[in-house]
Design a protein around this ligand. Structure first.
Ligand code: FAD
Length: 396
């Protein structure tokens, strides 16, 4: 697949005049911004005009979104799924679990395919204007007589509704219980070394500096895999600082076999945002990671963003009140908060906690729980699978 999936023109239907207000301005055309725009575009009853703005000028294959198949198969178009793993592996020292995922395999969506899919639709839709290469800061936004005015290239564009998914202030302006930090190489070998049926979700590594650290391995053929080094950290460290560890582990794994690095991907994901109250301003809604899209205990966000995009687009169409972007049921949010507390306070127990979770919870229940589809019984089974003492301590 083409790595560069930028629309041909930097400005698509970029309007020279400022007189007519937009019904909606979406700041940040990444996963959340594009998902919302796509859902609105797919809705023939949505009559609004939308301006979509991003600082990027070029879209690349910058991330691999993975998730277990959701109950609602229409949430992610089948054509976007580039690989499926029927088996998940979890490893701790010499112990290993091989989980058969049944009707809920682990799926891969390449960001490049996703960006292309969204832009192809939006380019054809006259209700949408797209402006790339514009970094919007607070100085570019004014409040004028009840209207929000955004300044781009010296021109003013007004609107009554902004959805803001800009991530540039994610680290500076959010405070998280833990940060998930990772760096990965997509590598290719000459000799067949991987099993493309098995995704390794967690292979715990002994690392003195980062007590919660593991490899995440996604082979897409016998000679190609994305290998990622991930840590959970109380401070938001630079992913690049993990590169020497990643390189060392890859060399050990491949035991001298030759390999090429095709591309790198890296990121930081907040786990458990301290405050989401900023999302309650009806005219300026936060979306994506800055609004708590990442599930606190896991960092999974892609499916949650797809669900939000669908429900937000329905509310925008019917002009209903939108409310908090990501509000989990009380049982889930309480369990996630306690789990994160235990991880933060006793990180040396993390490998055992996760291993027990995967070992002792029936796999379908665990996947429903991780996928935000957990029933009451699934929550109970997850609780029963974990050692009680550290959790009771954290509860009080
Ligand atoms: C490498 C990587 C892999 C991931 N893998 C998974 C996964 O497997 N499963 C999963 O569930 N989640 C995953 N995530 C987490 C999450 O799904 C993604 O981070 C997702 O892209 C978040 O969507 P978003 O819209 O919040 O942010 P983004 O997709 O990053 O979009 C934000 C957009 O805002 C733009 N922007 C930022 N600042 C400005 C500004 N000042 N002005 C204008 N535009 C601006 C950026 O250019 C960007 O396009 C991953 C994250 C990363 C980084």
């Amino acid at each position: 697949m083409n790595n560069n999936c930028t629309p041909q023109s930097r400005h698509i239907r970029f309007p020279p005049k400022t007189s007519q207000p937009y019904d909606l301005v979406i700041l940040g055309a990444g996963c959340a911004g594009l998902s919302l725009a796509y859902n609105l575009s797919a809705d023939p009853d949505y009559k609004g005009r939308v301006l979509l703005v991003d600082r990027k000028v070029q879209y690349d294959r910058d991330r691999s979104w993975c998730f277990f198949s959701p109950d609602d198969a229409t949430l992610v178009p089948e054509s976007l799924i580039s690989h499926r793993w029927p088996i998940a592996i979890v490893r701790k020292g010499d112990e290993s679990l091989r989980l058969s995922l049944g009707s809920k395999p682990y799926n891969l969506v390449d960001a490049s395919g996703f960006y292309q899919h969204c832009f192809e639709r939006l380019k054809e839709d006259l209700r949408f204007s797209i402006a790339l290469g514009h970094s919007i800061s607070e100085e570019d936004v004014l409040n004028e007589g009840g209207k929000i005015v955004i300044r781009l290239d010296g021109q003013s564009y007004s609107t009554h509704q902004v959805v803001d998914s800009r991530t540039d202030r994610l680290i500076a302006q959010t405070s998280a219980q833990l940060w998930q930090v990772f760096i990965g190489y997509e590598i290719e070998t000459d000799m067949p070394v991987f099993n493309s049926d098995e995704a390794t979700l967690m292979d715990f590594i002994e690392d003195q500096t980062h007590p919660v650290s593991f490899m995440y391995e996604l082979p897409t053929s016998r000679t190609k895999a994305l290998l990622e080094y991930t840590v959970f950290s109380s401070t938001c460290i630079a992913p690049e600082s993990l590169e020497p560890l990643l390189e060392k582990i890859i060399s050990e794994r491949l035991a001298g076999k030759a390999f090429r690095i095709n591309r790198t991907e890296k990121g930081v994901i907040p786990m458990g945002l301290a405050d989401q109250s900023q999302t309650t301003n009806q005219r300026w809604l936060k979306a994506g990671l800055i609004s708590g899209a990442a599930r606190p205990s896991t960092g999974y966000a892609f499916l949650r963003i797809q669900r939000w995009a669908r429900s937000c687009s329905e509310k925008l169409r019917s002009q209903a009140e939108i409310g908090l972007a990501h509000k989990d049921p009380i049982i889930t949010s309480t369990m996630d908060r306690i789990f994160l507390n235990v991880l933060a306070m006793t990180p040396h127990h993390a490998s055992s906690l996760f291993f027990d979770l995967f070992k002792n919870t029936p796999t379908p229940s665990l996947i429903r729980f991780l996928n935000d589809e957990g029933r009451y019984l699934d929550h109970i089974l997850v609780i029963l699978s974990l050692p009680k003492l550290p959790f009771i301590r954290r509860l009080f």
